[in-house]
Design a protein around this ligand. Structure first.
Ligand SMILES: Nc1ncnc2c1ncn2[C@@H]1O[C@H](COP(=O)(O)OP(=O)(O)OP(=O)(O)O)[C@@H](O)[C@H]1O
Ligand SMILES: [Mg+2]
Length: 262
């Protein structure tokens, strides 16, 4: 499981994460929503130690650490517990789809190339891209590249996958296929945290939704609690503003994920 307790992070004078605590059970999918600048990406980056938190405790899988006293080896261990998927697929351009997926298995896990390739092919199949195993990123669409990135994240079999707006830089035509792949992984009971602006997707995929604003968790609960019966004024305003921009996400307007994924 993931246990975040009293996590804090500032950049110079700006306190970006003020006192963040939440849990993610094994196999649970948590969606984090909230306005731009509320600290969502910073939170994910702190979990993966791409940023060093200033305070608080973290427990991810087997690794428990106090961020104020964390040793180098604890930090290395906690980094290995999660894989991150970013908005921009950052594949190695000079490697094929398969080589991108197997890279960390061969380099970090010292696996034999043939063994890694077998795992890599299985994962490419899982994301529907087995036929593109030998293609270079330049020959793949945005959605396909992002799916290779997801296969790559799965390759090291992390305790959890952290997605930071995995579809927001994609052309609309590729969004559905990437959401479908993420849903498939969620159905396999992989522990995941997904920062997303896709409210329909959050509603349908998440076991729990966390609404962040100004560096705090303002409200968290089941999707229907947050989307249908938000109690905090800030959550209500955020969802109302979203509705104004995107349309009535609860009933019609922007298509439901199920429709997108048909
Ligand atoms: N490396 C950094 N140095 C200084 N300030 C930063 C850094 N990274 C983030 N910030 C600031 O921290 C705040 C939170 O940023 P963050 O990227 O976590 O927000 P977000 O919720 O992910 O926003 P968005 O929805 O736009 O992606 C912002 O005010 C941002 O300017
Ligand atoms: Mg962000």
């Amino acid at each position: 499981m993931i246990k975040v307790s009293h996590l804090k992070k500032s950049f110079q004078q700006t306190e970006v994460l003020k006192d963040i605590s939440f849990n993610v059970e094994n196999g649970e999918v948590v969606a984090i929503i909230g306005p731009s600048g509320s600290g969502k990406s910073t939170l994910l980056r702190c979990l993966n130690y791409l940023e060093n938190p200033d305070g608080g405790q973290l427990e991810i899988g087997e690794v428990v650490l106090d961020t104020k006293k964390a040793t180098r080896s604890q930090i290395n261990n906690i980094r290995k517990q999660t894989s991150m998927i970013f908005q921009h697929y950052n594949l190695f351009k000079n490697k094929t789809a398969l080589e991108n997926v197997t890279h960390s298995l061969v380099v970090t896990k010292k696996m034999k190339k043939e063994v890694a390739a077998e795992i890599g092919r299985d994962l490419l199949k899982k994301v529907g891209l087995l036929d593109k195993a030998d293609s270079y990123p330049v020959k793949l669409s945005g959605g396909q590249q992002q799916r290779v990135g997801i296969a790559r994240a799965l390759a090291v079999d992390p305790h959890a996958i952290l997605f930071d707006e995995p579809t927001s830089s994609l052309d609309p035509e590729w969004v559905g296929e990437v959401l479908r792949v993420i849903s498939g992984i969620a159905e396999g009971r992989k522990t995941m945290i997904i920062v997303t602006h896709e409210m329909n997707f959050a509603r349908e995929i998440a076991d729990k939704v966390i609404f962040m604003a100004d560096g705090y968790i303002v409200e968290q609960g089941k999707p229907e609690e947050i989307f249908d019966y938000p109690t905090n004024e800030r959550t209500k305003k955020f969802l109302q503003d979203y509705q104004k921009q995107v349309g009535d996400f609860q009933t019609n307007g922007s298509p439901s994920v199920r429709e997108v994924m048909k």
